[in-house]
Design a protein. Structure first.
Lengths: 358, 213
């Protein structure tokens, strides 16, 4: 008994799948039928329902199982009563009259139960979650969106790693090899031809400078230093300083944005500013950053020629995908003749602002 | 000349100490964290502090913030900030108090030890030395402020001034006489409405106007 109770309690809290439900009830029915052959009577019915209830409790599909069992009981005994009343006699188990065609009746009953299960299960599951059908549909859509954005995020991350690996391999690593070779050659020439050795050492020094420059550019592309040091607000200010355009920056962020979101927003703004500088012919760019009702909002407006097409080119598409990972959106309004207005919105919470340690 | 060095990576710190000793600097403290740096800058009263931007405890811009904090307590305390990257934002913060005695250079500039030693001396003397990379970024910017009134030649002179070069060095670089450089400098000061004061201070203010543009 103790083990039985423990087994009952260990039942899954989750929901039963349609198939499990379909197996559960017919199994109970067949067990019931077999038992009836050996010991007919109401006791057998009770035994069957007890089994069904036990399984229902174990798997926590209260409503579905009870509804099916209840329908079976009421319907079966109803039909039995109706047939008896109309003069037909015999022994019954549920819907099935025991006699020559017991198995045919049982088969029919099984088919009915399967249909009932298929019809009832999704509705019951929806109801247990407190969701009407429409919300269930929305949930399904959401799962599809999440699957898509997750795939995009994973692909982007993998492509990024490949790029970093390639840059390191062709850049800094190659330079360090060249540097090592130059130094080794200089070492050999040191006594016999100091001047040639000196030239090689100078070359090695230049090589190390270039390696550093390449590493610096690479690091900027991975995680920009100001973003790492100061967070999103200062990082956007820094972007504004670095663009050749005249900028007006207005940032109102009462807290700090999480690193992954901040990074996505940073690179989006960087892309927008780069586009504005390259294509728009704008002189002034206005950047507004704010946060309200759980939504981080960035608006970048330039006074350029307009006509920017977000479908054209991969830059904006790329950052848009990156934002989508955080349910962020990017909207572009760029009529011919300008102005171009680009708005980014990302749902995110702000943490308390960084405090200075000095 | 008495120098405080703050760098968290042991190898780089020792390298800097050796390099500076070879150029006759006296190292009064070589520390590895921002709080130690702040204490050293205030207590040992060095002629100049050489500071890495990224330092413990948070390993972000602690070094920079310690340097700025120290300059609040001792206005004009010369600091030369070194970093693996240069940011205009940080350059502005360093220069914001308009006191001069500020340097901001990429770490790889120490490869050229003579130029580096000269930069330290310029900063210690109250001058301003900005990394050519910062200056280059500034040149890309569309100018909308008084700086826009400068002629291309004056802009060139101002850019070299921002890198901390003397009039003689600027003349050499642009292949003009030192006198011509002072004339350009006077033109720059006039166009930027800088009040008459000692030349060093006006150079700092000119660079600042340049940054603000």
């Amino acid at each position: 008994m103790k083990f039985f109770l423990a087994w009952l309690r260990s039942g899954k809290r989750g929901l039963l799948r349609g198939q499990q439900f379909l197996i559960l009830l017919p199994t109970a029915m067949i067990l019931g039928l077999l038992a009836v052959k050996a010991a007919p009577g109401l006791a057998i019915d009770l035994l069957t329902f007890a089994a069904v209830l036990t399984l229902a409790f174990r798997f926590r599909v209260w409503a579905a199982t009870l509804a099916a069992a209840g329908l079976l009981a009421v319907g079966g005994y109803g039909i039995k009563w109706a047939l008896t009343w109309s003069g037909q006699q015999g022994r019954w188990y549920g819907f099935a009259q025991l006699g020559e065609h017991t198995f045919a009746y049982a088969g029919l009953q099984g088919a009915l139960l399967i249909a009932l299960g298929l019809w009832l299960t999704p509705r019951v599951i929806g109801q247990q979650l407190g969701l009407p059908g429409k919300e269930l549909e929305q949930l399904t859509e959401r799962v599809e969106t999440l699957t898509q954005t997750r795939t995009d995020a994973v692909d982007t991350a993998a492509a990024e790693l490949r790029r970093i690996e390639r840059d390191l391999h062709d850049g800094a690593q190659a330079r360090l090899v060249a540097l090592g070779m130059s130094l080794r050659a200089a070492e050999k020439l040191f006594k016999t031809s100091p001047e040639a050795a000196l030239a090689l050492v100078t070359e090695a020094k230049e090589s190390s400078s270039l390696a550093l420059t390449e590493l610096r550019d690479l690091v900027r592309g991975i995680y920009p230093p100001v973003l790492a040091d100061r967070g999103l607000a200062d990082a956007i200010k820094s972007l504004a300083l670095d663009t050749p355009l005249h900028t007006v920056v207005d940032i109102d962020l009462p807290g700090e944005v999480d690193m992954p979101v901040g990074s996505a927003v940073y690179f989006t703004v960087a892309e927008i500013l780069a586009n504005a500088a390259k294509h728009s012919g704008a002189r002034t760019v206005r950047i507004h950053v704010g946060h309200a009702t759980g939504l981080l909002r960035v608006q970048v407006t330039d006074d350029g020629a307009g006509g920017a097409d977000p479908e054209h080119g991969t830059g904006l598409k790329g950052v848009e995908r990156r934002l989508a990972t955080f349910d962020g959106i990017l909207a572009v309004s760029s009529p011919p003749g300008g102005p171009t207005i680009i708005v980014i919105e990302v749902p995110c919470a702000l943490s308390s602002p960084k405090t200075s340690s000095c | 000349m008495r120098v405080v060095i703050a760098e968290d990576l042991f190898l780089l710190r020792e390298g800097l100490v050796r390099l500076l000793q070879a150029h006759d600097f006296e190292i009064v403290a070589a520390v590895g964290t921002a709080p130690e740096l702040l204490t050293a800058l205030i207590d040992t009263k060095p002629d100049v502090g050489i500071v890495d931007v990224r330092l413990p405890p948070t390993n972000t811009d602690d070094g920079l913030r310690a340097a700025i904090a120290a300059r609040k307590q001792r206005p004009g305390l010369p600091v030369l900030v070194l970093s693996q990257y240069v940011e205009q934002l940080y350059a502005r913060e360093l220069l914001a108090d308009q006191k001069g005695g500020v340097g901001y250079l990429l770490k790889d500039r120490v490869f050229n030890d003579e130029a580096f030693a000269a930069a330290i001396r310029t900063v210690a003397a109250g001058g301003t030395v900005l990394d050519p990379e910062v200056v280059q970024k500034l040149l890309l910017k569309h100018k909308t402020t008084p700086v826009a009134r400068l002629t291309p030649r004056e802009l060139q002179v101002l850019a070299l001034m921002a890198e901390g070069r003397s009039n003689a060095a600027i003349g050499q670089r642009l292949v003009i006489t030192e006198k011509a450089v002072s004339k350009h400098a006077a033109g720059i000061f006039a166009k930027l409405d800088l009040p008459l004061s000692d030349d060093d201070n006006r150079r700092v203010l000119a660079v600042l106007a340049y940054l603000e543009s």
